[in-house]
Design a protein around this ligand. Structure first.
Ligand SMILES: Nc1nc2c(c(=O)[nH]1)N[C@H]1C(S)=C(S)[C@@H](COP(=O)(O)O)O[C@H]1N2
Ligand SMILES: [Mo]
Length: 199
């Protein structure tokens, strides 16, 4: 494997490990919605039920997934709704700088608006042409390929627009606020001033 292909310290295990904190939620279609709230352009929140969300136009991106525990899963063909499209459908206020992506059971991760808008960032419904398996985030997970995978929130239920940065679940538990795998930004103690919200 060439050095350019894998970020520092990463290796490729067999298959696709499933890794998460706590249990995997069962998808209940009739109770599911995706909510956008916080600093929206109009101040109102927006919701899609499952049928509405599943009818949105999908994009495909081929990208690698890098977990901070050092495994990488290469060449995933992700299908889903782009972060950029979501921002067009539910515009943030001009002051918004970050999003907090919320999952079932309160897991969350913060993502800079620029990273959420990146053409490779998707709200993923499909992997290699098939619906995601439950343990990988069915029905919808975020994928931000250029950040460590704890920011690729599985079982997404809400997106909160923030006007100042705020640490998510792992970012508040000693992990790096930005989490660029190419710079091995694993831990909060590596942060420089400005990499995270003021303490
Ligand atoms: N809701 C939720 N999403 C999550 C996590 C979690 O604990 N809960 N773990 C993250 C971590 S640390 C990793 S490495 C990836 C793993 O994705 P995978 O299980 O599809 O490989 O999911 C991320 N998304
Ligand atoms: Mo991870």
């Amino acid at each position: 494997m060439s050095q350019e292909r894998l970020p520092p310290g990463q290796h490729v295990p067999p298959g696709w490990p499933a890794l998460h904190y706590g249990p995997a939620p069962r998808f209940q279609e009739e109770r599911w919605d995706l909510r956008v709230f916080g600093a929206t352009a109009t101040g109102a929140e927006q919701r899609w039920n499952w049928a509405q969300f599943d009818a949105l136009p999908r994009t495909e991106v081929v990208a690698d997934l890098h977990c901070v525990t050092r495994f990488s899963v290469l060449d995933n063909r992700w299908g889903g709704v782009s972060g950029a499209l979501l921002l067009r459908l539910a515009p943030p206020a001009p002051e918004a700088t970050h999003v907090m992506v919320w999952a079932e059971f309160g897991y969350c991760a913060n993502v800079a608006l620029a990273d959420f808008e990146d053409p490779n960032t998707l709200l993923v419904t499909h992997h290699n042409g098939q619906r995601l398996a439950t343990e990988h985030g069915h029905p919808v997970r975020l994928v931000v390929p250029h950040r460590y995978a704890w920011k690729s929130v599985k079982w997404v239920r809400a997106i909160e627009y923030l006007t100042c940065d705020r640490r998510g679940f792992w970012e508040a538990r000693g992990y790096h606020n930005r989490a660029d795998p190419w710079r091995a930004e694993r831990y909060a103690y590596q942060e420089e001033p400005g990499d995270g919200p003021p303490p």
